[in-house]
Design a protein around this ligand. Sequence first.
Ligand code: AGP
Length: 661
Amino acid sequence: MPGKKDASSSACRWGKRSIRVWEKGDGPDYRSIFFDIQLDTQREGRSCGMCGIVGYIGTRKVVPILIEGLRRLEYRGYDSAGLVYEHGGRLVKYRAAGKLSNLEAEVDENIGVASHTGIGHTRWATHGAPTRDNAHPHSDCTGELVVVHNGIIENYGRLKKELEAKGHRFASQTDTEVLAHLIEEYLDDDLVTAVREALARVEGSYALGVLWAGDPDTLVAARNHSPLVMGVGEDACFIASDVPALLPYTRQVIFLDDRELAVLSRGSYTVMDVDDGAVLDKEVRTIDWNAAMAEKGGFKHFMLKEIYEQPQAILNTVSGRIVPDTGAVELPEIGLDDDAIRSIRRIALVACGTSWHAALVAKYWIEKWAGIPVEVDIASEFRYRRLLLGPDVLTISISQSGETADTLAGIRLAAELGSRVVTICNVVGSTMTREADGVIYTHAGPEIGVASTKAFTSQLAALFLLTLYLGQVRGTMDPATGKALATGLVGVATVIEEELPRMQEQIRVLIEDYYDARDFLFVGRGLNFPIALEGALKLKEISYIHAEGYAAGELKHGPIALIDRDMPVLALVPRDSVYQKTVSNVEEIKARQGRLVLIGTAGDEHLARLTDDVLYLPPVHEELNPLLYTIPAQLLSYEIANRRGCDVDQPRNLAKSVTVE
Ligand code: AGP
């Protein structure tokens, strides 16, 4: 049960962020991962998340305000939407699958209804397919209490069983609906107390809006690890997942912090601590963004916003999948029992583009820690070669969208040949997830930028968890090693969070010597060879510079003929087990007047003797370097493309999801 943060946590602070690292036993019984990472994702209004929430209580007609607010949050999630308003002592609810326009069509004749209180939601599904029944708002048994929610209720299964045993009847597959029935369970005549008592039972993340027909002049909101901001206007109060939804009405905002609850009425509000009910004095801040900037959380491009969302995306992907006491990984959604996992003789990884690069990294991990031979295929090749697949081969597709035509064709072929199929995917209910035998979702939230960033590092996190899980079930990984690696995975998210601003500042200066290059080479060795490929793909797809990724050891087999002053080379040179070999490759480039950008381990003075352009990163477990070393490669491509005036979020000739062959 998450409890009060006690003094035993060792908090390391930097800037306005703090991390509380809890050793098991002296902090809250945090059900999912070792660390209760308090990453304040609302710095300067920067926030990340999956769904969009809006709420209003005031004197104006509420439906147009809800619709406009949802439209401004649609980038956060768009597979279904809904709203509810209070009218004549009743709650009137509309929900629709698909785009927000479908909801607008449903509400149409009541757009002008004389109602002044309501909440709305646009969904990015994490539990339950994106259908109308799973769309928010969700109701209790009476239909007189409704909830909208962004986040993941990790103990929803246990709570749902408990509530069903008490006679509650559920209408959806979502974790959110549990909240509505749980509040109902505690509700007599005080909505605020009922919400607080319900939240005391909840484990996981939430941004919440609650309405009750029994108290139509009150809107309750609460936040824990999912963004929620309040707006304060003339005789009105608002809630929203992000600032853009508020800007047409007010620039006076209050950012709720974790485990805070707000009680809103027509022009007054109270904020209190969820746990002890103590009233809090919160700062009202003035937003000075324009609406376009605000949609990107203050970032210039979605891609940059999504680069900064990676720590949270990694933690969201890990959350609920590592058992604190033992460090064991739990992946029940994989759809394979232990015997099936022990019977795997080979793994076939199939993907495209950036997702294929994630597969290449996973090959090193799985072969090393699970002892299973892995073959990796580009999907468009996989589907046309003679496949030697069967029941003893596990086929795993990796896809952000879950709709890539070649990858989809590949898993269909694999299934026809008798191979079991698991997909690692970021979109709940996408075609691949409905056709695979098992699904490991990444929880990166909607990725709007065409160039994939947070989905990639979330795929790496999911593949690393899968590696640990396979090793643990097959007995090729001792529990202590598994626990250390799992801890390292959570820890690398915090390193990325801390290093991002500094990396960006340094790269923004560094690219002045490189943004006009016509060609670029990226080299890496071992686990960093796929990251070299990924860096080259990022650069070419958003800056249109010709870039190639190579295995460092491959240079002398031809590519080194390209090296001269006009061919800059970015080399990934962490102090890992292949460091000496990689440094030799770098020195071969230097000897031929190559221009070097080196990404290496802090303290490695040797690199600074080879070039002025060195970006140092903190040491992390060697196995986790791919997650960390991807970040400077992403930032380099972003800053160069931005400097060249390219359309970073929608590069020419590309689409976010390649649903054609
Ligand atoms: C990556 O930046 C590209 N947008 C592209 O290579 C992408 O990774 C590829 O099309 C695969 O998409 P998927 O992950 O949705 O299957």
